[in-house]
Design a protein around this ligand. Structure first.
Ligand code: PEP
Ligand code: MN
Length: 358
């Protein structure tokens, strides 16, 4: 897949690029008041609003549907904002196109369903409209990629992924756990696919939004989608995670922008030296791993000769415990070293297995 660069379809008004607007379009007044606040900032590149809201339980606010599309056309006329809405099926998509919506997005609850994504893709065949695809609710990178492929296969290259975190059945301070390794893996597989982070839906509460937004920028994400409302306390959905335009302005102004590269020769030179050190350390590390593998082989041969089982629970427990203690003494993360031990142990079992089966 080859994606159109983000700036060709969504020029940034500000660094970082920010998409904002309410969780849901509730009334013309709410949209106009919020859009006015955002327009005054002159930092928002795309105005968002949910027109059909996928709610966990029935009888919650499910969006104003077609009426809201008419209101959004007014927002566009009044302030010149480009508009994006969520579409979850073919009918939504047809309506959004009819009302001149500029960018579509597919929500987390839709990305999980290949039938829904395909019916949206079918409507979009031959249509030139950008589509942003949120990650599926659960941590399944393949499903996210699959949805991107379905839209791409309908002829659309103006695509961005939106990272909004993943459902986690356990204790977490986030509404949706960020699991940063997943968008990083997506970036690794598709380096030219723009990724926008949605700190509102990751955080679930406004206090956490700045931290997530900064982290997204530090990881090289291409923009932020943050929900805003002229008065979040009366929002009909996601009230806890929306900011007033003024709060959004403060947040944006505090963000530190980092570049993937710098033109400063001194900075590059120093970075180069540090990277050389890492190269040397990794070289040493690999040599140590080789030495370790050789001793493991000797152990394997010895166990075979003496008919001893490969896996020794007590020895393994001792390894985990002692290494974690050693790590802690040096100020290293216990978890990190435990994970490393697990990898080493898996490899050690494999080497010894090969020897037993020789
Ligand atoms: C939204 O953006 O308001 C929304 C419903 O998000 P998500 O699909 O990420 O839950
Ligand atoms: Mn929302």
């Amino acid at each position: 897949m080859q994606f159109a660069p983000l700036h060709t379809w969504l020029p940034a008004k500000n660094e970082p690029l920010v998409i904002s607007g309410p969780c849901g379009a509730e009334s013309l007044e709410q949209l106009l008041a919020t859009a006015k606040g955002l327009n005054d900032l002159n930092k928002i590149s795309l105005f968002r609003a949910g027109v059909w809201k996928p709610r966990t339980r029935p009888n919650a606010f499910e969006g104003r549907g077609e009426d809201a599309l008419k209101w959004l056309a007014e927002v566009k006329k009044e302030f010149g904002f480009k508009i994006t809405v969520e579409v979850a099926n073919a009918q939504h998509t047809e309506l959004a196109l009819r009302y001149g919506i500029d960018v579509l997005w597919i929500g987390a609850r839709t990305t999980v369903n290949p039938f829904s994504v395909q019916e949206i893709a079918d409507v979009l065949k031959g249509v030139d409209i950008p589509v942003m695809i949120k990650n599926p609710i659960h941590a399944d990178l393949q499903l996210w990629i699959g949805a991107i492929e379905r839209i791409y296969n309908s002829g659309i290259t103006k695509i961005a992924a939106i990272h909004r975190g993943f459902h986690y059945y356990g204790k977490t301070k986030y509404r949706n756990k960020p699991m940063w390794q997943i968008p990083i893996e997506l970036r690794t597989q598709f380096p030219d696919l723009p990724i926008i982070c949605d700190p509102s839906h990751i955080s679930g509460k406004r206090e956490l939004i700045p931290f997530i937004a900064q982290k997204a920028l530090d990881l090289g994400m291409n923009g932020l989608m943050i929900e805003s409302h002229y008065d979040p306390s009366i929002a009909l959905s996601d009230a806890e995670q929306q900011l007033t335009p003024q709060q959004l302005n403060e947040l944006i102004s505090k963000l530190i922008i980092r570049k993937p590269d710098t033109g400063d020769a001194n900075v590059l030179d120093h970075l180069h030296q540090l990277r050389n050190m890492i190269d040397e350390i990794d070289d040493e590390l690999i040599n140590v791993l080789k030495k370790r593998a050789q001793v493991i082989e000797q152990i394997g041969v010895y166990k075979r000769e003496h008919n001893i089982t490969i896996f020794q629970l007590e020895r393994w427990q001792e390894i985990l415990r002692t290494r974690a203690q050693w790590a802690e003494k040096l100020g290293l993360s216990r978890l990190h070293v435990e994970r490393l031990c697990q990898l080493l142990h898996d490899e050690s079992i494999k080497i010894q297995n090969d020897i037993m089966n020789k």
